[in-house]
Design a protein. Structure first.
Length: 69
């Protein structure tokens, strides 16, 4: 999973939905927290779906894109 910083507009929908996984940095761009206590996968996918510009890219262990398709 990663955030495309060029696409991110800082809407913070991801932060509202998955606050254990995403925060906004000093440039008001979403970043992924490097913790073991992240939100459940289904919540992270909901956060990605809530991004108005589809800046959150989620891939499976094999590198296949899960979202956006």
């Amino acid at each position: 999973m990663h955030v495309d910083r060029d696409l991110c507009i800082g809407a913070a929908t991801c932060v509202a939905i998955a606050p254990k996984t995403f925060v906004l940095d000093s440039e008001a761009k979403a970043i992924i927290l490097a913790t073991v206590d992240q939100d459940p996968d289904n919540v992270i996918i909901d956060a990605a779906k809530g991004c108005p510009v589809a800046a959150i890219i989620i891939e499976d262990d094999k590198g296949q894109r899960i979202f956006p398709q």
